[in-house]
Write a protein that binds this ligand. Structure first.
Ligand code: AMP
Ligand code: TRP
Length: 341
């Protein structure tokens, strides 16, 4: 039986790949909620470098992006006193658990994953890591008995799969894993690319100028990118699900999320104004919201030793949870434990 303790805090697990520039889509879709709810919850936020290498990464760049993402986690306001912030590859249980879960996961479940289908269509050769990517993600979540997984919409299928894998393992080996809940934001679950509002803003394209706004981009760059963002030939500044209004709607959603104003207030505010004014105001709102992030980020990047120290501490705390869970999983599967002679 799983232990249920009403006084225990809800446990949260989520992660981001250190595979490119972190953008406002990552922030509005996921990290903002992590920060807002961190005091009420027990939090595990991972930098998933083992997921990142499912597509080619330059080793020195990966190292840089990993520390960079750690600094961004802290700069957006995650408090290391209440959040366990750690690098996936520094906790070996993730790889170990992934292997065992691979052995209870039908290949058909993995071949159906949208992200796999898209990425394997793009790449010339598909490695096995790309196929089992969601099993590693399930291992991340299940090792911590997470109650909630707050992510953007593009991750719902992976979290559903983690639930299926948990249930299948529990069925085969007896109650072992908590079945986690997917948590999506009400607004901002899918921020669109500024140069093409029919597609999501994506880390793998964030280095292309005009696609995304990085969390630590400087104000002039933000103004430039928002001013050049794709809208339409109309004049109407209203929230809309219409395809040709996706650009304006995206800017309005960003504005809504960052100002906390209601859609009615926002539409009234922009009534009679043109797209140039909309873009200017959206840019200023983004700049103001990101200014403290950029400052803290710079301070953190100036002290890489402190950053590595915090990550070491995080990995140790994560192991404190993952290692005993791993021992339980191995026992359930029937592996002979190492004897303490
Ligand atoms: P990734 O960039 O794929 O590592 O995603 C990290 C987190 O950000 C996940 O929770 C994603 O669902 C979320 N995310 C990524 N892109 C977007 C986007 N364009 N809009 C909203 N959330 C996003
Ligand atoms: N696949 C997720 C993404 O690209 C990252 C991720 C890996 C993750 N492990 C996770 C998210 C566990 C939530 C929980 O966004």
């Amino acid at each position: 039986m799983l232990k249920i303790n009403a006084t225990q805090k809800i446990r949260v697990f989520s992660g981001i790949q250190p595979s490119g520039k972190v953008h406002i889509g990552n922030y509005l879709g996921a990290m903002r909620r992590w920060v807002a709810e961190q005091q009420q919850k027990e939090n595990y936020f991972c930098i998933v470098d083992m997921h990142a290498i499912t597509v080619p990464q330059d080793p020195s760049q990966l190292k840089r992006l990993t520390r960079d993402l750690a600094a961004v986690y802290l700069a957006v306001g995650l408090d290391p006193r209440v959040c366990t912030i750690f690098v996936q590859s520094q906790v070996p249980a993730h790889a170990e658990c992934c292997w065992i879960l691979n052995c209870v996961t039908p290949v058909g479940w993995l071949e159906r994953m949208t992200q796999y289908k898209v990425k394997s269509r793009e790449g010339e050769s598909v490695n096995a890591g790309l196929l089992v990517y969601p099993v590693l993600q399930a291992a991340d979540i299940l090792l911590y008995d997470a109650d909630e997984v707050p992510v953007g919409e593009d991750q719902s299928q992976h979290v559903e799969l983690a639930r299926d894998i948990a249930q299948r393992f529990n069925h085969l080996y007896g109650e072992t894993f908590k079945v986690p809940k997917l948590v999506l934001p009400a607004v901002g679950a899918r921020i669109k690319a500024l140069n093409d509002p029919t597609r999501k803003m994506s880390k793998s394209e964030a280095h292309l100028r005009g696609h995304a706004i990085g969390l630590v981009d400087d104000p002039d760059e933000i103004r430039y990118v928002v001013r050049r963002s794709v809208t339409d030939t109309g004049r109407e500044i209203t929230f809309s699900k219409q395809e040709d209004k996706a650009g304006v709607n995206n800017l309005l959603e960003i504005y809504e999320l960052l100002t906390g104003k209601s859609q009615e207030q926002i539409e009234a505010h922009f009534a009679g104004k043109g797209y140039a004014a909309l873009k200017e105001e959206v840019a200023e709102v983004i700049i103001a919201a990101l200014e403290p992030v950029r400052q803290r980020y710079q301070e953190l990047m100036d002290d890489p030793h402190e950053l590595d120290r915090l990550l070491a501490l995080g990995a140790e705390r994560a192991r404190g949870v993952a290692d005993p869970k791993m021992a339980e999983i191995k026992r359930k599967v029937g592996f002979v434990p190492l004897s303490k002679h």
